[in-house]
Design a protein around this ligand. Structure first.
Ligand code: NAD
Length: 400
């Protein structure tokens, strides 16, 4: 146990510190948005990538919206002597405490989801305490994967076919720049797909199925992103886009397996909107795009945070889990407000004329910086950052 005054320490899109009290406050703020629903057929939920962003919001919804027994898997850093824990560590610990005091059931396994031993531990926990799973949310975003042969695959964010120059905001110096990014090699494309494609999602379903841990009405949802024209070269047609297409095509593979065992089971992709997270902040050009997007979406009154998107996922799209509302490709679409034509036309025009001289007039960069710092628990008005704070609270997280 140690008390400290914690200051934000960032290096570009990486934060070297996080604030337990700020994160606790923000977890509660998400909880407060959720109302218990009428959905009663989802009793047991497993969330892979449960501690941050879309996975955290899904975990909160599973508990407070569905009242489901929830098991989260994440890969977070506990506090060390001179270092705070990672933001997801505090999110998970605080959510366990909130759930406990509300009489809800949350367990969190902190370990590498790609690793066979983590899957084994989760399976054991499910067999011993939860029983069959009704819903698996796969919300993992990782820079690397060590596979079962011990090979390390690194995910890259690069264009394919040719090098690109793109408008960007330098998060270290907060300045506008044009970044040159070299095209990916075949190895980099394959490695990104190994990390962010659908292989591991399929492995999780296969493991659950092999242990008879899939209920009759089992659903599994993985998150994808399409995004706008202005980020196309770095996102949708880049290395990460290829990985996302692999994830999307894994639906068919999983569904073929599921249909052999249970007719009501189904794998689904939900295409979500851009939100400020650790993962999205790392993509060149995307923080700049989001700063413009959110400004316009706020003017339209259509901007949503992770929890709003997840509420909409469950209450508008998955309400009747046997007949989810999907597009022509079979995808749930939560990015409809983001990709709305008039809004994207405006973005294209503004993006075209944006330069170092005028970018601050076209975007809401102050809001982006607040959102970014809040990922790590900073910049919350209600928190007095001059106070000493316990950096190593007691949490019942199962660290492997
Ligand atoms: P995030 O960075 O906020 O959270 C990532 C989560 O993955 C954390 O809980 C982390 O602990 C976990 N994780 C990372 N590596 C792990 C590992 N090896 N083992 C176990 N857990 C691990 O991510 P996010 O932005 O919420 O993204 C989640 C998913 O949503 C991704 O598939 C992403 O592509 C998709 N998505 C994100 C956005 C966006 O704008 N952020 C938009 C649409 C779709």
């Amino acid at each position: 146990m140690s008390k400290e005054i914690i200051q934000p320490r960032t290096r570009g899109f990486i934060s070297l510190s996080s604030h337990p009290d700020g994160l606790k406050f923000l977890v509660k703020k998400q909880i407060d948005k959720v109302n218990k629903t009428e959905i009663t057929n989802i009793k047991n939920v497993l969330v892979v990538g449960s501690s941050m962003g879309y996975g955290l919001a899904s975990t909160i919804y599973s508990l407070y919206g569905l009242g489901a027994n929830t098991l989260g898997v994440c890969y977070e850093r506990p506090p060390l002597k001179a270092k705070t824990g990672s933001a997801g560590w505090y999110n998970s610990g605080e959510l366990i405490k909130y759930a406990e005091s509300a009489g809800l059931n949350l367990n969190v396994v902190n370990g590498d989801a790609f690793n066979d031993n983590t899957k084994k531990s989760v399976i054991e926990l499910l067999e011993n305490t939860y029983g069959q799973i009704d819903l698996l949310i796969y919300s993992l975003a990782s820079p690397r994967r060590i596979d079962s042969n011990g090979i390390t695959w690194n995910s890259t964010l690069k264009p394919i076919g040719s090098d690109v120059s793109l408008k960007n905001i330098n998060l270290q110096s907060n300045t506008f720049e044009t970044s040159s990014i070299s095209k990916a090699t075949e190895e980099e494309i394959n490695a990104t797909t190994k990390v962010m494609g659908g292989e591991d999602w399929d492995d999780w379903v296969t493991e659950l199925s092999a242990h008879n841990l899939i209920s009759e009405n089992f659903k599994t949802v993985a998150f994808s992103y399409v995004g706008p024209k202005v980020t196309e070269q770095i996102y949708r047609t880049g290395t990460i886009g290829i990985a996302k297409k692999h994830l999307e095509s894994t639906v068919k593979l999983i569904n073929n397996k599921l249909n052999n065992s249970s007719t009501n089971s189904r794998a689904l992709i939900s295409v979500n909107k851009a939100i400020v997270t650790q993962a999205s902040s790392a993509i060149p050009g995307v923080p700049l795009y989001m700063s413009m997007l959110f400004k316009l979406m706020k003017q339209n009154n259509t901007n949503e945070l992770a929890i709003d998107q997840i509420i909409r996922l469950f209450e508008n799209k998955l309400l009747d889990t046997n007949a989810p509302i999907v597009d022509n490709n079979g995808f749930i679409r939560l990015d409809d407000y983001e990709l709305e034509n008039t809004l994207q036309d405006t973005i294209l025009k503004q993006w075209d004329i944006m330069s170092a001289d005028n970018f601050l007039d076209l975007i809401d960069f102050d809001q982006y910086k607040i959102d970014f710092h809040q990922i790590f628990g900073f910049n919350v008005n209600e928190i007095d950052y001059k106070q000493l704070v316990e950096t190593d609270p007691e949490y019942s997280i199962n660290t492997l």
